[in-house]
Design a protein. Structure first.
Length: 325
């Protein structure tokens, strides 16, 4: 039907109900009226920054704001002309391109700036992803070193030094979005320190050792400007969904095993079903894995009102959009 044709052009409309989608379509010439629906279409896009172009008599989307008020300037501004599904799909593409370029810049500036200046310069999501990429690069380099044990000990000392510097930075006056980014960075840094400590205790000497292979590992393809996430033989392309400065889950040994199981299932084109008592973190673990891979995660709660039509709608959403459910 009519609404389905709109959803096929912009799969993110599957996240909206029919009533909400009709409201979006009816206000296609008024971009400001569409803002309340953005939180359902994107992971952490609270508002689009519109800039009026007097010569053309139209508005263009030049930036995105997260719920933490972090601003992301789009590499290619998107004009709000024509059908709403077309320019919203163009915003999605611009978001992916912008995050990819920001990640490339963050990696290139890693060595040229001191860590504090680098932290202040980059977006929260770029800080976390670049830190993971460089950590994996350093661990692999240490394991390839002839004196790998001493190299790992030196890396562990550097990680502890970074944690101390981050703790000092937390006592300074920071904007809300930077403070949230710092908390997430410290959470990941603590886990990275624990990984290296475990590698030293287990006397790991090669990159192919399962103790290292079982971790989420980030690699940057400098030729194609793409980030890949690896875990135990599985390879996944980073999603470049804008996540803002959202918090990250504290990673425990059980969390690691859940990640390993879920990524193993995804590699085989299967699904995962974490089981356990209520309130033990099953949903949050899946959400955090989606964040680690740069994907949009949607938590869907079943009820008595859910029938086969709703299930079909959800599955079509998942198939067309490729997001995590």
């Amino acid at each position: 039907d009519y609404l389905e044709t709109k959803r096929l052009v912009c799969p993110r409309f599957y996240f909206l109900s029919n009533e909400e989608l009709l409201d979006v379509i009816s206000n296609s010439k008024n971009p400001k009226a569409i803002q309340p629906h953005l939180s359902k279409c994107f992971s952490n896009v609270k508002q689009l920054v519109l800039t009026k172009e007097p010569d053309l008599g139209k508005s263009s989307v030049t930036a995105m704001l997260s719920s933490e008020r972090e601003s992301v300037q789009l590499t290619n501004p998107v004009g709000t002309v024509g059908n709403v599904e077309n320019w919203l799909a163009a915003i999605e593409t611009a978001m992916f391109d912008t995050l990819r370029m920001e990640l490339n810049d963050g990696i290139n500036n890693w060595s040229s700036l001191d860590k504090t200046s680098w932290f202040e310069k980059n977006l929260g999501q770029i800080i976390l992803t670049t830190t993971q990429i460089m950590f994996c690069k350093h661990v692999t380099s240490s394991l390839l070193n002839k004196n790998h044990k001493e190299s790992l000990k030196s890396l562990c000392a550097d990680l502890i030094s970074d944690l101390n510097r981050q703790a000092d930075l937390a006592h300074q006056s920071l904007p809300v979005h930077k403070y949230e980014s710092l908390v997430a960075l410290m959470t990941i840094s603590v886990h990275n320190r624990d990984i290296v400590t475990k590698l030293i205790e287990s006397e790991v000497s090669i990159p192919d050792d399962f103790e290292w292979d079982r971790q989420l590992r980030y690699e940057w393809d400098n030729l194609n400007k793409l980030c890949d996430v690896h875990q135990s033989g599985g390879r996944f392309e980073y999603g470049y969904e804008y996540l803002g400065c959202s918090s990250r889950l504290v990673i425990t040994p059980l969390t690691d095993r859940c990640y390993l199981t879920l990524t193993g299932a995804l590699q085989l084109n299967l699904g995962g079903s974490p089981a356990g008592p209520a309130g033990t973190g099953k949903t949050e673990t899946v959400k955090d894995l989606a964040k680690a891979m740069g994907k949009y995660c949607v938590a869907y709660n079943c009820s008595e009102g859910v029938d086969f039509k709703v299930c079909i709608h959800v599955k079509m959403n998942n198939s067309y959009s490729g997001y995590v459910y």
